[in-house]
Design a protein around this ligand. Structure first.
Ligand code: FES
Ligand code: FES
Length: 196
């Protein structure tokens, strides 16, 4: 007779970078550990493992999420994008290219999280979402200028132990400029928010 299924484990299908992976995981397995330990996607880094450093930032349905605070079983049905999924074949994502060109890193440990965060942050800004340093938060005001202060505030969930912040801000600004050249801003309301 087949053994009774353990109540501590479930089968979960994760959609990562466009590929579906079915795994049996302990319910307590974080998305971060599933990505790194089960799928060998080690681009996503483990820094604090408690939601404070941003090293493990991935995109869930296009929004930023720290994978160390997300259970793998709760990520089923979401489109998960890791740093490995940003490039278009051999062509780096503009944010990756900007970090390379402008030396937006030193040791590089925080860089995958910084880049994933920047990719989603640039979309949040283009959609008109205000930050804590935005002067005019009226929805009709549209996206505020993406100043260095705006970038610092919006990227404040991603820490860099090397202190490469000056170059990181430049790289994010460059990536945002490339995005603005290629994709006009179409959303001018600020009513949507990323899921917690
Ligand atoms: S490892 Fe997830 S926030 Fe630090
Ligand atoms: S580049 Fe070393 S932690 Fe950021």
């Amino acid at each position: 007779m087949a053994p009774a299924p353990s109540p501590a484990y479930s089968s979960v299908t994760l959609d990562v970078n466009g590929d579906k992976h079915t795994l049996t995981v302990d319910h307590r397995t974080t998305l971060l550990d599933a990505l790194r330990e089960r799928l060998d996607l080690t681009g996503t880094k483990k820094g604090c493992d408690q939601g404070q450093c941003g090293a493990c930032t991935v995109l869930l349905d296009g929004h930023r999420a720290v994978a160390c605070l997300q259970l793998a079983v709760a990520a089923e049905g979401r489109a998960i994008t890791t740093v490995e999924g940003l490039a278009d074949g051999e062509r780096l994502h503009p944010a990756q290219q900007a970090f390379l060109d402008l030396d937006g890193y030193q040791c590089g440990y925080c860089t995958p999280g910084q880049i994933c965060s920047a990719v989603a942050m640039i979309e949040e800004h283009a959609a008109g979402w205000p930050s804590a340093v935005t002067d005019d938060i009226r929805p009709e005001a549209g996206p505020p200028p993406l100043t260095a202060d705006e970038i610092r505030e919006r990227m404040s969930g991603n820490l860099c132990r090397c202190g490469a912040y000056v170059s990181i801000v430049r790289a994010v600004a460059r990536a945002a400029a490339v995005r603005a050249e290629s994709t006009p801003t179409t959303v001018s309301t600020r009513t949507e928010r990323a899921p917690a």
